[in-house]
Design a protein around this ligand. Structure first.
Ligand SMILES: [Ca+2]
Ligand SMILES: [Ca+2]
Ligand SMILES: [Ca+2]
Length: 455
């Protein structure tokens, strides 16, 4: 079983050598990725030029089954790797700058770095040295819990004397930390990342293991964080196209909303593989932030929102990292949330026995008054598996799909559901989707592994 991979991300258009972590048997090892632009061979993942950006699922499996799929981040640049030893300030890895974007007009220099590292053994801590200018705001954010790494991580910022200047254990919405610090004087500073075992263990020592992987983002934008004074545009519900053409730009769409309705507001990069990483906010007329979202689905943002009162609100759209350019195009869609249904399965992999009837249970969640019958079908089944479509009555919330396998097989398949008005994928929901610890980078898997074995 592949329990983790390292590194946890790569650059679009490039190949990256990956280490498969866990008890991995090369024999009969199969690979599947949620984006067709990701392929695996000779120990390398190859990411095509048109691979979409964001977090994707990878699955390594064989006839024995599969561990949970792994999250893998595809970006427009390559991360640097940590180099051990880096357990003290004196040994700290130097953070090299990458992705510097300058704009004379707006005096913005986006300095950012990305580091792939691992807390490889119990007690491991990793130090990174970063040169900072007085007055800039340093942001350091780790992705580990959200990548399903078995830690609850923390970040500390220390000066050359080892004095702790700032620390963060958890973001507001996740066990992953996000630290911000306004630099008081120019110089070299040190970021330390470490973590406690998650799920928690009685020992309070810093956790480490081969599969404790992380990606650390360090930003220290040297820019005037002013809002560009752009006119606000009156918009109606429906689809509005826009472009964030300048670095730092925010688009404000003024819209009238009724408190009687629940609205569905989405921002999608356009086209699909656009670099635009959507950030969506809703503000009231008094300058109060009411709701926000990023990355609900890949780089796209989605909010389901009920206004507190009738009136005009500001729907603000920008790029997450405040980037901009001619290709930062988006589609903003606002509509009343329609009656909706979701169909899910309770596991990411299922094993049937050849010659025996197998029951695959599905569960329906209905929202906004949905009461139509739903038909569930299986797509991509091997010829040796026979399955019947299932129709779930409008008043029911579960059903069983009956399968019969006549030969050994293993295949990643999809289940599709329709109420004759809309069609959607049946999904498996990962841990964190509904807990206080926060969600993973992606919480849904729409492809399940179906294995048929001899008894
Ligand atoms: Ca390390
Ligand atoms: Ca270390
Ligand atoms: Ca934490």
């Amino acid at each position: 079983m592949v329990d983790a991979i390292f590194p946890v991300g790569g650059q679009r258009g490039e190949s990256v050598a990956v280490e498969l972590i866990g008890k991995v048997s090369e024999e009969g090892l199969q690979f599947w990725a949620s984006d067709p632009g990701i392929t695996f061979g000779d120990g390398k993942l190859t990411l095509s030029e048109d691979c979409s950006l964001g977090a994707h699922w990878l699955r390594f499996y064989n006839v024995e089954g599969s561990a949970l799929p792994q999250l893998f981040m595809v970006g427009t640049s390559q991360a640097a790797f940590e180099v051990e030893p880096n357990n003290t300030i004196a040994e700290a890895n130097k953070v090299a700058l990458m992705g510097v974007v300058e704009s004379d007009e707006y005096q913005i220099i986006l300095e950012s770095s990305m580091l792939d590292g691992r807390l490889e053994k119990s007690g491991d801590v990793d130090f990174y040295a970063v040169n900072l200018k007085e007055g800039v705001t340093l942001t350091a954010e780790a992705y580990a819990y959200r990548l399903d790494s078995p830690i609850d991580p923390l970040i500390r910022l220390v000066d050359v004397e080892g004095e702790v200047l700032a620390w963060n254990h958890d973001r507001f919405d996740s066990l992953d930390p996000r630290l911000e610090y306004v630099v008081k004087s120019s110089g070299t500073y040190f970021l330390m990342i470490a973590g406690f075992a998650y799920p928690p263990q009685a020992r309070s020592r810093f956790h480490g293991s081969a599969d404790t992987v992380y990606r650390l983002f360090v930003h220290h934008p040297d820019f005037l964080d002013h809002r560009m004074d752009l006119p606000q545009v009156e918009t109606r519900p429906g689809v509005t196209e826009g472009v964030i053409s300048e670095i730092g730009e925010e688009d404000d769409h003024l819209m009238a909303f009724s408190k009687k309705s629940v609205y569905e507001i989405t921002v999608n990069g356009s086209p699909r593989n656009s670099p635009f990483d959507a950030w969506l906010e809703i503000w009231d007329g008094k300058g109060k932030l009411l709701a926000k979202n990023d990355d609900a689905i890949g780089f796209n943002a989605l909010l389901e929102w009920r206004p507190p009162a009738d009136g005009t609100y500001v729907v603000r759209v920008r790029d997450l990292l405040r980037r901009g350019g001619d290709d930062y195009r988006y589609e903003l869609t606002v509509r009343e949330a329609p009656p909706r249904y979701e169909v899910s399965v309770s596991d990411h992999a299922w094993t049937a026995i050849v010659g025996e009837t197998f029951e695959l249970p599905v569960t329906v969640k209905r929202k906004h008054g949905h009461a139509r019958p739903i038909t569930v079908t299986l797509e991509g089944l091997p010829l040796s598996i026979d399955a019947q479509a299932l129709t779930i009555p409008g008043n029911a919330s579960e059903g069983l799909i009956w399968l019969n396998a006549s030969a050994v097989s293993m295949k990643v398949i999809r289940l599709s559901a329709t109420d004759q008005l809309t069609t959607s994928s049946v999904y498996y929901s990962f841990k964190g989707a509904t807990t206080d610890e926060g969600a993973l980078l992606r919480n849904r898997l729409e492809e399940i592994l179906l294995i048929a074995t001899e008894k």
